[in-house]
Write a protein that binds this ligand. Structure first.
Ligand SMILES: C[S@@+](CC[C@H](N)C(=O)[O-])C[C@H]1O[C@@H](n2cnc3c(N)ncnc32)[C@H](O)[C@@H]1O
Length: 246
C-alpha cells in the first residue's frame, strides 16, 4: 500500500499522482457521455449547465455543504470525486483560510486533469487517482470529507464500499458531508418528470429514491447524523459525525 504523505501544504495543483486505478465498469457503461469521453469535459464543464441539471440548486447545495464543513478548514479535507463547476476551488479557499489542505480523489485521469486546469497554482490541494471504493490511505487521516453527487452514480456494492472507505479514512469525531438525490415529496412534479429520466440515464440513481442513504452507511456512522432536504425533497444533505469503527 502506498503511504500517502500528509506533509503540510503546499500541494501543487499543477500535477496529480497517477496511481494505478482501473476505470470501474459502470462509468464506461453508463457515464461515458458525462465523464469518460474526451468531449464530455468540453460539454459539461460549464457551471450554468451543471446548475441547470440541478434545477438551479448548485449554488445552494454547494454553499450548504461547504458551510457544514466550516468557513476555515484547518488540517486535512478529503473531496471524494471531482465535480464540474467551482466547488473544489471554493473548498480550497476555505482550506487556505484555515492553513489546511485538500485531497481530491477521482478514478478518471481526464477529470483530474480538468480539475487541475481549473485550480489556481497556490491552491493547497493534491489530486489523486484512486477508486473511492478502495482508498489507498491510512485510517483516520482526514478531519473531514465531502461527497457531492457521487453516490447515486454508483451501483449499490460500490456505494457501500465508498461509504465504508470514507468512514475509515475520516477520524472518529470528524465530519462527513454527503449531498445527493432523494425521493421528492408526492406533491413535487419532478417526482413524475425527473424519475423516468433518471431511470433512463442514471440507472442506479433511483436507489436513493427507494432507500435512505443510511441503508448503505456503516453502523458506526448512523448514530450522529443530521438530514436536510432541498427543493421539495429532490435533494438531501447528510451531515455525519463519524463514529468509532470496529
Ligand atoms: C462526483 S460525480 C458527479 C458530480 C456532479 N454531477 C457534477 O456536477 O460533476 C462525478 C465524478 O465521480 C467520479 N467517480 C465515479 N465513480 C468513482 C469511483 N468509484 N472512484 C472515484 N471517482 C469516481 C467520476 O470520474 C466523475 O469525475
Amino acid at each position: 500500500m502506498t503511504d500517502v504523505s500528509l506533509e503540510p501544504a503546499p500541494w501543487p495543483a499543477a500535477s496529480f499522482a497517477p496511481l494505478p486505478a482501473s476505470v470501474p465498469y459502470y462509468l464506461n457503461a453508463h457515464y461515458w457521455w458525462a465523464y469518460v469521453h474526451p468531449r464530455a469535459v468540453q460539454v459539461f464543464e460549464r457551471q450554468w449547465l451543471v446548475n441547470l441539471i440541478l434545477w438551479g440548486n448548485y449554488p445552494r447545495l454547494s454553499e450548504s455543504a461547504l458551510n457544514e464543513l466550516g468557513d476555515e478548514l484547518p488540517g486535512t479535507t478529503l473531496q471524494v470525486a471531482c465535480v464540474y463547476g467551482d466547488l473544489t476551488e471554493r473548498l480550497c479557499v476555505r482550506a487556505a483560510a484555515g492553513c489546511g489542505r485538500v485531497d481530491v480523489v477521482d478514478v478518471l485521469p481526464i477529470q483530474l486533469e480538468n480539475l487541475c486546469s481549473k485550480l489556481p497554482p497556490e491552491a493547497p490541494v493534491r489530486l489523486l487517482r484512486m477508486n473511492s471504493a478502495d482508498l489507498d490511505m491510512p485510517a483516520g487521516c482526514y478531519d473531514r470529507a465531502l461527497v457531492f453527487f457521487l453516490l447515486h452514480e454508483q451501483p449499490r456494492h460500490v456505494r457501500e464500499r465508498t461509504l465504508a472507505e470514507v468512514a475509515r479514512v475520516v477520524k472518529p469525531g470528524g465530519t462527513i458531508v454527503l449531498v445527493d438525490y432523494a425521493r421528492p415529496r408526492w406533491w413535487n412534479p419532478l417526482r413524475y418528470v425527473w424519475g423516468p429520466l433518471l431511470a433512463l440515464l442514471e440507472p442506479f440513481a433511483l436507489d436513493l429514491w427507494r432507500n435512505e442513504l443510511t441503508a448503505w452507511l456503516p453502523a458506526a456512522c448512523r448514530a450522529r447524523l443530521r438530514k436536510r432536504s432541498f427543493f421539495g425533497g429532490l435533494y438531501q444533505q447528510l451531515v455525519i459525525e463519524n463514529g468509532r469503527m470496529g
